[in-house]
Design a protein around this ligand. Sequence first.
Ligand code: NAD
Length: 476
Amino acid sequence: MDGRLVPGAGGAFETINPATEEVLGTAADASADDMDRAIAAARRAFDETGWATDHAFRARCLRQLREGLRRRADELRELTIQEVGAPRFLTFGAQLDAPVDDLAWFADLVEDYAWERDLGRAEPMGMPSHRRVVREAVGVVGAVTPWNFPHQINLAKLGPALAAGNTVVLKPAPDTPWCAAVVGEVIAEETDIPPGVVNVVTSSDHALGAQLTRDPRVDLVSFTGSTATGRNVMASAAGTLKRVFLELGGKSAFVVLDDADLRAACSYAAFAGITHAGQGCAITTRILVPRERHDEAVEITAGALAKLGAGDPQDDRTICGPVISARQRERIEGYLKLAVEDGGAFACGGGRPEGRDRGFWIEPTLITGLTNDSRAAREEIFGPVLVILPHDGDDDAVRIANDSPYGLSGAVHGGDVERARGVARRLRTGTVSVNGGVWYGADVPFGGYKQSGIGREMGVAGFEEYLETKSIAEGV
Ligand code: NAD
């Protein structure tokens, strides 16, 4: 905070390995006063330094941050596997290496971006004027993040926010304080980022997130988390009419069309659905299959899930590790119970895996026999739990996929690419994969329709979320 590594006035709190329940150590537990000082430091750095206007300096600092994090990649990899329960293979992608590398894209963007646009001369109301449109930083950004992909989400906020010239107070989730604290450490020790520009405030108390959303010195809140919390963030930010940017939950559909290779599509749906124990907002958790091939699809998907199983995240063959906490496991088990009460059955899984009495585990699970209006099919479970539903052709598949309060992501698999593409265009979601295409990337905007959020993260659209627009007219 403010360029220094400081203890929390609230003491320290434990961070736990979800695969073993082992206490890894402690993190600084910030108090409300600490948060207040962090906001003051960010405000001061924005108002009193040249950070917001020195584009070349910021590009250099972002590259230093990338290099600093890359130098510590091995240590960060082990930390991420242990603190998040992330399977090792994912740390070579979206759980670590990809978001660190992506900082380069934002550094390049600072240099390439058209910060100023000349609209030329005009004579509005007979008064000769030369007009320019200038883009500039919004000010102090309050970033509040969840635990599931901590590096991806922390850096997808820090990268563009800093590139745009803002200063930031980052409040990570209480479950993953170390992943964020290391970024603060690298910034303080290995970059020229001035004191106060980035302030990482770890805390066991959610109230510190709420404090950021209320504080009048914060200009924009960038939030990723559940839709329920997103609603609170928006309401609380309304008090000072600050800008809000929300990345929220999802219940995305994986649509298998009747001309798809069913075995390939369902095997991929199983893999995609339980990666990182299903703890991804954009994971496709509703599998929609042609009614006439439903039973075959169930057999293939259940077989693939059972084969993948849940395993030690340290093992580089593991796809599905533990869930983050006992609380999260209970929440998932609540949905499993609900599914049965609503007439559902488990084609595989449905409980805790045998032989794992330490750690927070749920077996990869496939629920059959539900309709799209049951709670397990509508609500975000955030565990390795998939629901399979029959559809009666393309129109019906689109109807079911769109019959959701969410609109974050989706997938379509079909033999005729033209037709699959047509279905993809009809899905009311922020991202769609067709036949296994990967939309994830620094240059690709990501975000949700409907109750999955407001705004876009990453890409030029994501960068521009952190900019104001100023029009200047000179009398000539
Ligand atoms: P959460 O909403 O419980 O918490 C997210 C963050 O908000 C944490 O840092 C928490 O401390 C903070 N917080 C809690 N109450 C707050 C309040 N009233 N005001 C301000 N901040 C507050 O979410 P979680 O359980 O940590 O993460 C899981 C959720 O995140 C899932 O719903 C998932 O879909 C969503 N998510 C969305 C995306 C996306 O990009 N759309 C990405 C990852 C996760």
